[in-house]
Design a protein around this ligand. Structure first.
Ligand code: DOR
Ligand code: ZN
Length: 350
């Protein structure tokens, strides 16, 4: 029997793009209504590379929140080849920086300042290992000779396995995993390695990019994969394995930037984030596992307290609008003009 109501500990989003300025003000509400905390990605223009910049960005986020909101942004630094080991010590000493994000240069949105050669950041990784500061990985090679659907698997073989050998105690999160290969790698790893999973990779396979014509709103990076991979991700998310936790990778782009001759990567899912995960878990009859995945495994990995207030979802469909405001433009959300099977009811203080 599947329940029609689900009450769980308030979740956190362990991978989120909030952007900045007017776009930040447009999107923050959706996340703050659902989640207590979020790990905020640093791929702004220019990127957030220092603790001072991260703390400034945090203040801009806080200024956009409603007065009574208790939402907490958890900041990250953008790893560049010129980052100093002193910056890692400052990050560790800061109350607001929780991780460092690795983008392979050129892999995705605003990744030009990313890392070209991992060996150039070994001293920084050594400092992170020492300070127990997690490294968040966009795990894809950028080698144009490698098929786009294979870039995560090849990253694991070429870069992640050697990195694990060199820095065995480094705490790492392989972000937004999309393949059975990543599931197998993370499942077999010790507890200092984890992975986040997005709602869109749990619900969609690569056919969604081409269903009835090309759909730029289903283009994201890492790109959607074939059904066998989606099934492996769903199995991992719903297994109860503590390596896996919620990270939406919700990444708003203006509609015209996606509906373009060279469209940007990213799905916007914050408007229905938890509701979409509930659909995915329901598909395999594992709603009983949603709370651990959404609310326990993440804080346990980051060594933060679990939230104490609760959130209720009802099996009650609602229609997603065609678009939401995004600064001076609009953003087309996942499921635009279609229904989501679960609704968020209320939040109760503990
Ligand atoms: O689809 C994506 N969008 N993948 C990323 O890695 C970055 C993100 C963005 O910032 O738009
Ligand atoms: Zn991301």
């Amino acid at each position: 029997m599947t329940p029609n109501r689900l009450e769980i500990t308030r979740p956190d989003d362990w991978h989120l793009h909030l952007r900045d300025g007017a776009a930040l003000a447009s999107v923050i509400g959706h996340t703050a209504e659902r989640f207590a905390r979020a790990i905020v990605m640093p791929n702004l223009k220019p990127p957030v590379t220092t603790v001072v910049q991260a703390e400034d960005y945090r203040r801009r986020i806080m200024a956009c929140l409603p007065k009574d909101s208790r939402f907490q942004p958890l900041m990250t630094l953008y790893l560049t080849e010129s980052m100093s080991v002193e910056e890692i010590a400052r990050a560790k000493a800061s109350d607001n920086v929780f991780a460092v994000k690795y983008y392979p240069a050129g892999a995705t949105t605003n990744s030009d300042s990313g890392v070209r050669d991992l060996s150039h950041v070994y001293p920084v990784l050594e400092a992170m290992e020492k300070h127990e500061l997690p490294l968040l990985l966009h795990g894809e090679v950028t080698d144009s000779a490698i098929d786009i659907f294979d870039r995560e698997r090849v990253f694991i073989e070429r870069h992640l396995m050697p990195l694990r050998e060199r820095f065995p105690a480094l705490r790492m999160v392989l972000e937004h995993i999309t393949t059975r290969d990543a599931v197998e790698f993370v499942t077999a790893a010790p507890a200092n390695v984890a992975a986040t999973l997005t709602a869109h990779h749990l619900l969609l396979n690569r056919n969604a990019i081409f269903a009835g014509g090309i759909n730029p709103h289903h283009y994201c990076l890492p790109i959607l994969k074939r059904e066998t991979h989606r099934l492996a991700l769903l199995q991992a998310a719903t297994s109860g394995d503590t390596h896996f936790f919620l990270g939406t990778d919700s990444a708003p782009h203006a509609r015209e930037a996606k509906e373009s001759s060279c469209g940007c990567a990213g799905l916007y899912t914050s408007h229905a984030a938890l509701e979409l995960y509930a659909e995915a878990f329901d598909q395999v009859g594992r709603l009983d596992q949603l709370e651990a995945f959404a609310s326990f495994h993440g804080p346990d990995f980051y060594r933060l307290p679990r939230n104490t207030d609760r959130i209720t979802l009802d099996r009650k469909p609602w229609m997603v609008p065609d678009e939401y405001p995004l600064a001076a433009s609009t953003c087309r959300p996942m499921r635009a003009g279609e229904s989501v099977a679960w609704s968020m009811l209320e939040a109760r203080a503990s």
